[in-house]
Design a protein. Structure first.
Length: 196
């Protein structure tokens, strides 16, 4: 990383400047600085002060902690109530767990690993469906057969629909993986026949 030139200020610093700037000087220099320092001035001050005696509610009863349940590294503990219906599993679960254990929610790597885990899970589901003898049917699943009954042209044009910008991409995303899989299977079969 190149050194910062002295005439261009650094937007973020690695540590808090010492000594800390005087509050009065900051108030003069930055209009509106410190308006929310006093909790009485905050519009959300009453929400921030949780008084169980006044509301009759306290912290909900916590579920038993589950070490297998994912938790972001910036949270000290799991939320009091959490879902257990879809536990992480297989390779996709390992990828997602890596995203939760190593990266903060503010990092792109966290979200990219969650997306990658989702794609691996989807590919595994497609493969299981193919092996089971009941593969996904891209024709009926996309709703293409119902198009002619639902005014396909009138419902799309002249209504300002924003999804028309990427409509050309939809056949590639839906049919593309199937075409690639068929092409790969054809190449493998051709090689096997050529070896015999």
């Amino acid at each position: 990383m190149s050194e910062q030139t002295p005439d261009i200020p650094r937007p973020y610093t690695a540590s808090v400047p010492r000594p800390a700037p005087d509050r009065a000087a900051l108030r003069e220099r930055i209009p509106g600085w410190g308006v929310d320092l006093d909790p009485a001035d905050r519009p959300s001050g009453t929400v921030e002060a949780i008084d169980p005696a006044a509301t009759g509610r306290g912290m909900p009863v916590r579920q038993a902690p589950d070490a297998r349940r994912e938790r972001s590294i910036e949270h000290a503990f799991l939320t009091p109530v959490y879902g257990t219906a879809q536990p992480l599993h297989g390779l996709s679960g390992r990828i997602r767990r890596l995203g939760y254990e190593r990266f903060s929610e503010g990092r792109a790597a966290h979200w990219l690993l969650l997306i990658a885990g989702d794609r691996v899970d989807a590919a595994g589901a497609h493969l299981r469906a193919l092996i089971s003898g009941r593969p996904d049917d891209p024709i009926t699943r996309t709703g293409i057969l119902s198009e002619r009954r639902r005014h396909p042209v009138r419902s799309r044009f002249g209504r300002g629909r924003i999804d028309l910008r990427h409509t050309w991409l939809d056949p590639l995303l839906v049919a593309g993986p199937w075409v690639l899989a068929a092409w790969g299977a054809f190449r493998i079969a051709r090689r096997l026949v050529a070896r015999r």
